[in-house]
Design a protein around this ligand. Sequence first.
Ligand code: CA
Length: 230
Amino acid sequence: MSRGLVLIVEDERNIADLLKLYLSREGFGVVITGDGLDALEQVRRHRPAAIILDVGLPGIDGTEVCRRLRADDDWTPVLFCTARDDEIDRVIGLELGADDYITKPFSPREVVARLKAVLRRSQGVTTRDELTLGRVALDRDTRRCRVGDQDIALTATEFDLLAHLIAKPGRVFSREQLLSEVWGYSSVVTTRTVDVHIAQLRSKLGDPDVIRTVRGVGYSAEPEAAASSA
Ligand code: CA
């Protein structure tokens, strides 16, 4: 049984072929393209379950591919591959709605593990229930987020992070806890990943006080702040 189709956008053919080999073994279908503009076309044509997206590409680069998808309200999970530090900064700094990123050189096994984690998060849980905190409401069935009567578009990771915090209002989570409990893998991901996603969430929610920074510890969902913003 296929686990779904993955679009690999990578102009280095040997890397793309290696990833394809590993993904196929795991039961994924794979489509490869080495060009940014063609990637957009392939997404429209194949509706992949996830995209592995190289940053440095001919045509338009990976960040622009992701930006155009998100602008088009396409929230297909994206795992970015970056070759250099400045590319990482662009990926996380531009708030592109990346679900994760991995730096080259990487092991194909790690890419597959990360991809599975991204897919797990995007598929989420199937129980119908709503989490609320003040004006913020998360429907874990439809994976919709509302603030008041406004719909907020969150990436799969942002949704899960917020749901995790809101499920236990006032409880303080360390960055390491959030990485292991939300991201679901214990890899060499930096805790900066958590900070970046928290910043994105605050910006999208339009209310920085919903998530409290506990200095030297981590983050918590703040019941009183959320309620007082009503
Ligand atoms: Ca490249």
